[in-house]
Design a protein around this ligand. Sequence first.
Ligand code: TRP
Length: 343
Amino acid sequence: MEKKTILTGIRPTGNLHFGHLFGAGKTWLELQDKYDFYLEIADVQALTDNFHNPSKVHLNVFELTSDLLSIGIDPKKVHIFIQSQIPEIAELTVFYSNLVTMARLYRNPTVKTEIAQKKALFGNDGESVTYGFVGYPVSQAADITAFKGELVPVGEDQLPLIEQCREIVRKFNSIYGDILKEPEPYLSKTPRIKGLDGNEKMGKSLGNAIFLVDDDETISKKVMSAVTDPQKIKKDDPANPEICMVYYYHKLVNQENVETVCEECKKGARGCVQCKKELIGKMNEFLKEIREKKHYYREHPEEVLAILKKGTEDARKVAVSTMRDVKEAMQIDYFEKENNHDE
Ligand code: TRP
């Protein structure tokens, strides 16, 4: 049986952190063995927010790709490609933009939340909201459909974008014929990873993330400042591990000892400092192999570039074939027809 096609994307705006790894990353590692997997480095989408800072996006294409390779994304199984290098995505975006109303875009819950955040940051005048930004769900629909993506692994916050893509596909197919595939979201089994400060979400902009590229010293500092049970004052006070971020992270990287950690914490048989030090050790152990690989790729940027080039070439072939079908259906395949006459 043919493998189903998976398409997902990630914005190159920073390095991967624990939230990415234990959320999306783990799911991707499982999926890469089972599906035909297209992984888009969404630099065009990153530019919607960072158009004034191209060097940040450029640098992070390499950083992010080498992070992905370091956690075990295998370029033999996954086509890792750069969005901006597939012009068919931009073309499709233009065609799809006729199939979406402005009102519908403004109603998209993901767009709505992000606009509210922008207004909070830059004032309420709407000046900061660009055409490209409001339209990014259209461009994301092009990302997915260019590769005939059937399953799209995403977090819950992205569900409205998948829904919008499905609407575009249905509209397109109803007007031009049955050309595009309607994708399904694939929700990760891992819930969102909490930040060191106890926030429900770990995020770069929230300042509570542990990055895979953090060195020993940075990890120590961050873990030492993690939120613990505020009721625990003295080292032998009993405490509640369920509200402690240090325990939360023991569960991720120290599974073999997690019951002991829990019991001792409840009984007051372990101080927070000792507990944090143990966690730091475990995190460093956990990161050892990832760091070695990361070091290797930083030393060999030409390999990262070659992987991206090959992935992009493979992905482009699919996008070109989709584009041919789309143009034929939309009756804008003028010169294709001319070629046919010559045959
Ligand atoms: N919007 C996604 C995010 O911010 C990234 C993304 C870009 C994406 N293109 C995609 C996700 C296509 C799924 C499918 O996380």
